[in-house]
Design a binder for this molecule. Structure first.
Ligand code: C2E
Ligand code: CA
Ligand code: CA
Ligand code: CA
Length: 277
């Protein structure tokens, strides 16, 4: 048992070491990725199910890694946040998303909005509002076409400063949505304090949509949103059953694999044409 214990400790410390090396390597690769422009965006359509039209697209970052292949945010966002690299990466994401949305507007899809995910580290930067303003101007995109997705945890920390930043963003004309709504273990009081436009209902709430208590939760969130004058979009819609039940519970905007996976911008064009905005 003693011997096993020793080995166990050794294996553990060795794997800790490997983990530290892996992270260091990833960090230096992230630096290179920024210089070499290896970050790309895929876009997932958001659909108004009453009209079947695409009303917006969520930008989701990918890392087109030179030898590891296409990497997903789960593989690198945490390290990017811990090293602060999320700030320049997030700026790059905002620039690409705004430019792409402007291109779609110029191609005739003039009502489209683009949604961009924010890390709370970005929102904590003093110059963040200025950065967004400059990016919008450089792209020539109307601020109303940009939606910034924040999570409930952002709302819980640094409340005063975050509140000021959000108000200044909204003053630009930008829209704010709460991502993964209902999963953050936070009180609901921020909903009346923060300048928010939309709630994104997390997909964990719709996995058993035929279930009575689950549909009661959706109905309640929709009622809450309507009373607060907020829009609602449901994320992670995968099945025809969800597609049929959700409108009966008051949901009209949806996003999920049933409609489309996140796809490269050029693949969006046929989707946009089909949806004829
Ligand atoms: P999220 O914002 O909640 O994005 C939704 C995630 O669920 C995406 O994963 C998307 O591909 C996936 N998804 C969409 N529809 C479905 C569906 O019907 N079923 C299932 N099972 N999954 C679906 P992805 O692209 O891997 O992104 C993961 C997370 O990484 C995002 O979660 C977001 O929190 C973060 N992220 C993505 N892009 C950025 C970014 O540019 N900046 C920051 N800070 N975070 C980002
Ligand atoms: Ca999101
Ligand atoms: Ca989400
Ligand atoms: Ca999420």
């Amino acid at each position: 048992v003693k011997e096993y214990g020793k080995n166990h400790v050794k294996i553990y410390s060795q794997s800790m070491n490997e983990e530290a090396i892996r992270r260091q390597q990833l960090e230096s690769e992230l630096h290179k990725a920024l210089k070499r422009d290896e970050f790309i965006l895929h876009y997932q359509p958001q659909i108004d199910v009453q009209t079947d039209k695409i009303i917006g697209l969520e930008a989701l970052v990918r890392w087109d890694h030179p030898f590891r292949g296409l990497m997903y945010p789960g593989d690198f966002i945490t390290i990017a946040e811990e090293t602060g690299l999320i700030v320049p990466i997030g700026k790059k994401v905002l620039e690409m998303a705004c430019r792409q949305c402007k291109t779609w507007h110029d191609q005739g899809f003039t009502n489209l909005r683009v949604a961009v995910n924010l890390s709370q580290i970005q929102l904590r930067q003093d110059d963040f509002v200025d950065t967004v303003d400059r990016i919008l101007r450089a792209a020539g995109l109307p601020p109303t076409a940009l939606e910034l997705e924040i999570t409930e945890s952002i709302a819980m920390h640094n409340t005063e400063f975050v509140l000021k930043q959000l108000h200044n963003l909204v003053a630009l004309g930008v829209q704010i949505s709460i991502d993964d709504f209902g999963t953050g273990f936070s009180s609901l009081s921020y909903l009346s304090k923060f300048p928010i436009h939309r709630l994104k209902i997390d997909r964990s709430f719709i996995t058993n949509i035929a279930n009575r208590s689950e549909s009661a939760i959706i109905t309640s969130i929709v009622g809450l949103a309507h009373n607060l004058n907020l829009s609602v979009i449901v994320e992670g819609v995968e099945t025809q059953l969800q597609r049929e039940v959700l409108p009966k519970l008051g949901c009209t905007e949806m996003q999920g694999y049933l409609f489309s996976k996140p796809v490269p911008p050029e693949v969006c064009i046929p989707l946009l044409k089909k949806s004829t905005i």
